[in-house]
Design a protein around this ligand. Sequence first.
Ligand code: FAD
Length: 505
Amino acid sequence: MKRTSTDENFLQCLTLHSGNDSISKLIYTSSNSSFSAVLKFDIRNTRFSTPSTPKPQVIVTPLLISHVQATLNCSLKHGLQVRVRSGGHDYEGLSYVSPVPFVLLDLINLRTISVDIENSFAWVQSGATVGEVYYWIANKSRTLGFPAGLCRTMGVGGHFSGGGYGTMMRKYGLAADNVLDAHLIDVKGRFLDRKSMGEDLFWAIRGGGGGSFGVIVAWKIQLVPVPSNVTVFTVKRNLEQNATKILHRWQYVADKFDTDLFIRVVLTGVNSSQEGNRTVQASFNSLYLGGKDKLLPLMQESFPELGLVSEDCTEMSWIQSMVYFAGFSSEQSPDILLTRGPSILYFKGKSDYVKNPIPEIGLEGIWQRFYEKEAASAMLILTPYGGRMSEISESSIPFPHRAGNIYKIQHLVSWSEQENAAPEKYVNWIRRLYDYMAPYVSQSPREAYLNYRDLDIGTNNEGNTNYSQASIWGTKYFKNNFKRLVDVKTLSLKVDLIITSKAPR
Ligand SMILES: Cc1cc2nc3c(=O)[nH]c(=O)nc-3n(C[C@H](O)[C@H](O)[C@H](O)COP(=O)(O)OP(=O)(O)OC[C@H]3O[C@@H](n4cnc5c(N)ncnc54)[C@H](O)[C@@H]3O)c2cc1C
């Protein structure tokens, strides 16, 4: 990629305004040999990492808040768009791809975590991963945790600003429900905390998508109590083992269990015991905040159809359960939560909310789609709601999917590197599945989870999108909160606040 005079001016501006000439070591242009490695390090959907994917003009990896401020100020001055990346898990690659010339502000070096056990809170910088957050909390206490997502490498910045759910959501709500304060650099480069940004902006960044309002550099989070031993299990049933009936029943109990119990279901296509045939497997994957002596009678009473037995259950510390839900063996050391790095996964995802149980005949229609060859690596993840999720009001934060939802579905399809030359057949498969699901899921609007971003439901037209166009997808992600989000955004651009607070270094 050729360096333009805009890039040169931007780089000069950065050096001039960062107040510290060490910023030069934190800047990568295409002439730098590490440019590609730095870009790819935090790309989670390799579908957006091909030679033809648009690349940033410049990557800046700030070490200090003043570097973030200088990057925003200089980008504004020289007409470059900014994309902010914390962990790079965006489903549509929006944190590191843009159709117009852009600067990638990669927060990977802003990852300090300080835990205050006595007062049960922590300050975490946005470039930290959720795995690191869990690790450092558990390093200080076996009986405190935090209710965020399962995948250890997700960045705090994107995850918290879009909601952030995990295995403790039925007991404590989302990550964003447990944010107490935040540090934001607004589009003009000003440092704001909860008090100086005001309650409207503080409301907006907890679930409204951070990137619209500036760069959130740190979050103060409320830690939550966890028992010193929890129990996990994964029970697999395929269609020959009555999976349809068990799953059908799960829909009637999953959102009503005691809030200490979370049972999600992962549906995949697998080989059947009859040679040459395929079947569908339902994996019932659970965290119980307590010991198995209490879990077993609870399951016997409320969900005997699963046939859970003592041998299925393993007791462990909460941090070990986070290792388990991150996809590792329960013996794996929690040190694994501190690792991150590039992965190869080409995928397309979508989401849906289910308010009434899907009848067995509807489930059987899903199974038919799993038998199609494009679905070889497809997956549906059913996450139960209810409990605390139903108690929090729809307008408490921008994330609106609360009472009335039994569960959320995440639809996923993936393919190999070779197949990425023509991924349309996989993308079309998931779109057909999504069409099929329409009668069984939420309607008017057909709700979607912001953190499972899906550009099929609508996309901004680089500054030329009006309110009614944006409402089409805005109401799916935010329901009635969309209007308030637009108002907050409009106001934050209009009002020229005089901010005197100084950024910490
Ligand atoms: C493998 C995998 C597993 C997942 N599991 C879960 C799960 O268990 N629970 C769940 O709720 N979600 C899950 N997700 C979705 C995840 O929550 C979102 O993709 C989330 O946005 C990731 O945050 P990030 O910082 O890694 O992403 P990024 O790609 O870095 O950012 C996502 C969006 O947020 C913006 N952004 C990032 N950082 C900031 C910041 N500091 N300030 C302002 N804007 C910012 C970006 O510009 C972009 O628009 C999963 C995703 C993947 C790929």
